[in-house]
Design a protein. Structure first.
Length: 77
């Protein structure tokens, strides 16, 4: 997820084709996923401040997201 956001930020700054330059609102990034993807979304939002909202649908949390718990910007179903 971080890799994709890095590339999107680069496209938003300077895209040779001009299709994406200045068109992406990188201040309002959210991620979601199901099962292991949901756990990955929750962990990503816990670790990366660019993530403003995250939804974990039916995924068991892993890593440091377990100890920290969820905040108002993260949901786990």
């Amino acid at each position: 997820m971080a890799f994709v956001l890095d590339r999107l930020e680069r496209l938003n700054t300077s895209d040779a084709s001009g299709k994406f330059t200045g068109r992406l609102d990188m201040t309002r990034v959210g991620v979601f996923g199901h099962s292991f993807g949901g756990a990955a979304a929750l962990q990503f939002c816990h670790e990366d401040s660019r993530c403003k909202a995250g939804i974990d649908v039916d995924g068991a949390p892993h890593g440091s997201a377990i100890q920290a718990g969820s905040t108002g910007r993260l949901c786990s179903f």
